[in-house]
Design a protein around this ligand. Structure first.
Ligand code: COI
Length: 354
């Protein structure tokens, strides 16, 4: 499929790279692809970034039939542009599409489209340490219709945002509130899909955590309210007595690309890593026995976010004296090193945009 390009004739001033925050600035262009039942995906185009024209009855606005992804592009010291495991994200986009009854995208074509868009906006890729170009592909149901059914029209859009750290804390540990009232997802639901509803379901608990002076929540499973699932919008890892433990994928947990990268790095380093059920009681016992060495979240946005304290029903568990642990730091340095081309990519994870 041919991709037409319409250049933005009024490009914006670039933001200050030392104060980007996360998801506040957008580049000059976006990629758009339409879907119509019977015709398939069509009209691939790169156009100036700007508001969409949507019918107020568009189904995404009412029933949330949509999916999204998140990935990053980095500018290397020698001027190349690298993506990190983009095929994994596009593969997951189709897993989410299948759950939301949205037609699949052609993953190879989506990667080509992504590369073309990045080439057009390449001068937006920030180079300050800790910065990158965040890539947000998403699909929305656009039928003007208030009945509940799969839409027969969709838009697949990719937008780009130069970003710094997701949390203002950066790699400094965040304080986490263990949420035992609200749940994020249940098995059989949409927890494993990257879809707006999961994030909508999380916002109230996040606000509650903020009110209690915590940065994020630790989610427990929706059935027994006992087993640890995720932290905030991230997958979660604990170092217990020298062994790394992460919740096994069970249908309500998102299969994170950074989660998978972390597991593979740990294995390559000979560190014992186990994917299994982990209850909050077991974690509390490990803490009391002095065996909870480190805890961290993994995600594309923050990469690694160490936890410095957990609050479970008023039981405070300080972790590693509220400091970033050695394994958390090593994983962060290695993944961001590979992403930015400063560390040799022996895993074959990076894809160059040329
Ligand atoms: C993540 O990368 O951690 C995410 O889930 C993206 C976030 C901005 C929703």
């Amino acid at each position: 499929m041919n991709i037409s390009i319409t250049k933005n004739t009024s490009p914006k001033a670039k933001p200050d790279q030392t104060n980007l925050g996360f998801g506040k600035y957008f580049t000059d262009h976006m990629f758009v692809l339409d879907y119509t039942a019977g015709k398939g995906w069509h009209d691939a185009r790169i156009v100036p970034y700007g508001p969409l024209s949507l019918d107020p009855s568009a189904m995404i606005l009412h029933y949330g039939q949509g999916i999204f992804e998140g990935m990053k592009a980095y500018r290397t010291d020698d001027g190349r542009v690298l993506l990190f495991r983009p095929q994994k994200n596009l593969e997951r986009a189709n897993i989410s599409n299948a759950r939301l009854d949205i037609p699949a995208i052609d993953e190879e074509f989506a990667l080509e489209a992504l590369k073309e868009l990045i080439k057009v906006d390449a001068d937006w890729i920030p180079t300050e340490p800790g910065t990158s170009l965040y890539i947000r592909p998403f699909i929305i149901a656009t039928d003007p219709y208030l009945g509940v059914k799969p839409s027969s029209t969709y838009k697949f859009i990719i937008i780009l945002s130069p970003v710094g750290a997701y949390y203002p804390e950066g790699l400094n540990p965040v304080k986490i509130y263990v949420e035992d009232d609200y749940v994020r997802a249940v098995r059989g639901g949409i927890g494993y899909a990257k879809t707006p509803g999961n994030y909508a379901a999380s916002i109230r608990a996040q606000t509650k955590a903020h009110e209690l002076n915590y940065t994020q929540v630790l989610w427990l499973d929706g059935v027994e309210r006992k087993y640890i699932e995720e932290v905030g919008t991230m997958n979660v890892f604990f170092v217990i007595d020298g062994e790394v433990v992460t919740p096994e994928l069970n249908g309500s947990i998102l299969a994170g690309v950074t989660r998978d990268s972390t597991i593979n790095l740990l294995k390559s380093w000979g560190v014992k890593i186990t994917e299994r059920k982990l209850s909050i009681e077991e974690l509390y016992e490990a803490h009391k026995a002095g065996k909870l060495d480190e805890a961290f979240g993994t995600g594309t946005a923050a990469v690694i976010s160490p936890m410095g304290e957990l609050n479970w029903k008023g039981n405070i568990m300080p972790i590693n004296n509220g400091e970033t642990g050695p394994l958390s730091a090593r994983i962060y340095d290695t993944i961001t090193g590979i992403q930015s081309g400063r560390i040799e990519d022996t895993m074959g994870w990076t894809v160059e945009v040329k």
